[in-house]
Design a protein around this ligand. Structure first.
Ligand SMILES: Nc1ncnc2c1ncn2[C@@H]1O[C@H](COP(=O)(O)OP(=O)(O)OP(=O)(O)O)[C@@H](O)[C@H]1O
Length: 454
């Protein structure tokens, strides 16, 4: 293994891990050498070494082994002299963020009020958000500035603001000496415009340049607002120059924010960019369980029957805010009408939410899944053959199409080789009966439904 070889292998890793992961985690690794089957890499920080080791070592090892089979293990060590990539990673300890002189010790300035509920304790971590969470935690320690800025992005209701507030709360507790300023990009603009109007730009500049940690939520808001962007750019640079931590959130990656000046984009990209991915089933279930505990504090007498949370986690797709709203409504409704929280109540109370978040499953998807499940050809399922081995799966697929899509019986019939709607109706009825009497069919249906709704 040589430096040069590592350079080539890195390019292969780029394809596997994607540009963002590559720039953040792989590119900064410096190959130091190989001894006794151990390949050692220099990393700029311990955090980074741990992260890469936990998340990418299998991949890296796999690539290295393809080159040199004697390599058994990887090791990551913090370089004695890690000034190699000043913009992206570690800063020397001597540049630790220090309180501004003469400032009151417990002043955590927040321009926007922080929500008490948005703490790390109440943030449920799963695969889709673990990296964002780890990075947020790291910055919240208030230690030396390691990545600047931390840029968190993700779709609507996936926890960006929650994480931002959690960082601010934690910093207030751990580092009350730091001057933390949290505000939305809209508030930034509002203050800027006001300062212009009142001819108080010097005060404005001084105020923003005196913070130790600047947190700006929803930065996409300043896109297309030229003078606000300009001022934001100068504030940003001034703080980075002083090695002050900046944390930004947005609804998309810096490069994808339209009408944002190139120089602002590139500034935003030069630290650590992490995204909150859409939630998966497990994360949604975890969040629901944790929110139930919170609801129980208000409604100690209410219980959630088995299956309800799983159902909600299946049916409400990605947005956590909607999930949370649904649960709040269920508890309030159950308490008002004095009913238990079971599937019936859930269907009654949340009909609109469930309809709105229905994932569009297609008949074609169902046919494909069912034919795979029963190991028959798609053409045989749709075609005219009447053998039981084809007819039964066909009926199962018709039943699922009726249950999981909004297609009418004639529409379903058309998709099954132009069959009549009465044939579909018969098929659906047959499966409904079998579901009660035949355990195997019931199990097949459940499995198929789950895999289609996943
Ligand atoms: N992982 C999580 N654990 C617990 N609660 C969560 C999680 N993710 C999101 N939430 C909750 O979902 C709701 C929406 O989250 P938040 O306001 O942070 O979303 P956002 O990404 O900022 O959305 P927007 O793009 O609309 O600003 C909040 O009540 C938050 O507490």
């Amino acid at each position: 293994m040589t430096q040069e070889k590592w350079g080539q292998l890195r390019q292969r890793l780029l394809k596997t891990v994607g540009q963002n992961n590559y720039t953040t985690w792989i590119e900064p690794l410096q190959f130091r050498g190989l001894q006794d089957g151990i390949a050692t890499f220099d990393v700029p920080t311990n955090f980074m070494g741990n992260y890469v080791s936990q998340n990418f070592s299998d991949l890296i090892l796999h690539e290295l082994k393809a080159e040199d089979d004697s390599i058994r293990r990887l090791s990551f060590a913090v370089a004695a002299n890690s000034g190699a990539r000043p913009s992206a990673v570690d800063a020397p300890t001597a540049q630790r963020v220090m309180p501004a002189a003469g400032k009151s010790a417990q002043s955590a300035l927040t321009a926007a009020p922080l929500d008490k509920r948005f703490t790390f304790d109440s943030f449920v971590v799963g695969k889709p958000n673990e990296l964002a969470h780890a990075a947020a935690k790291r910055v919240a320690e208030g230690g030396p500035v390691t990545f600047n800025p931390l840029f968190l992005y993700g779709g609507v209701g996936l926890g960006k603001t929650h994480l931002m507030h959690a960082i601010a709360w934690e910093l207030q507790t751990r580092r009350p000496d730091l001057n933390v300023l949290y505000l939305s990009a809209e508030q930034f603009m509002y203050r800027f415009v006001q300062a212009l109007r009142d001819r108080k730009m010097m005060d404005f500049k001084e105020m923003f340049r005196s913070v130790d940690v600047l947190m700006v939520d929803d930065v996409q808001f300043i896109a297309g607002k030229d003078s606000t962007q300009e001022e934001f750019f100068h504030t940003f640079n001034a703080l980075v120059d002083q090695n002050k931590q900046i944390i930004i959130s947005a609804d998309r990656a810096p490069g994808e924010i339209k009408d944002l000046e190139e120089r602002v984009k590139s500034r935003l990209q030069c630290g650590l960019v992490v995204d909150l991915h859409p939630t998966d089933y497990e994360l949604r279930l975890g969040i629901l369980q944790s929110k139930v505990e919170q609801q129980m504090e208000t409604y100690p007498d209410l219980r959630v029957e088995d299956g309800v949370l799983e159902f909600l986690a299946h049916r409400i797709s990605t947005n956590v805010r909607v999930l949370e709203g649904a649960l709040t409504r269920l508890f309030a409704f159950a308490s008002l009408v004095g009913r238990k929280i079971d599937m019936d109540l859930t269907q009654d109370c949340l009909a609109d939410v469930l309809r709105a978040s229905e994932r569009k499953i297609t008949v074609e998807e169902i046919q494909r899944k069912v034919s795979e499940h029963y190991n028959i050809r798609l053409s045989d399922m749709i075609g005219p053959k009447r053998l039981r081995a084809y007819a039964r799966p066909r009926q199962v697929a018709m039943y699922l199409a009726k249950q999981l899509t909004s297609r009418s019986l004639p529409e379903i019939g058309r998709r099954f080789g132009g069959r009549d709607h009465t044939t579909v109706m018969h098929g659906v009825k047959r499966i409904e009966e079998l579901k009660q009497s035949d355990g195997q069919i019931a199990e097949d249906l459940e499995l198929l439904r789950r895999s289609l709704e996943a």
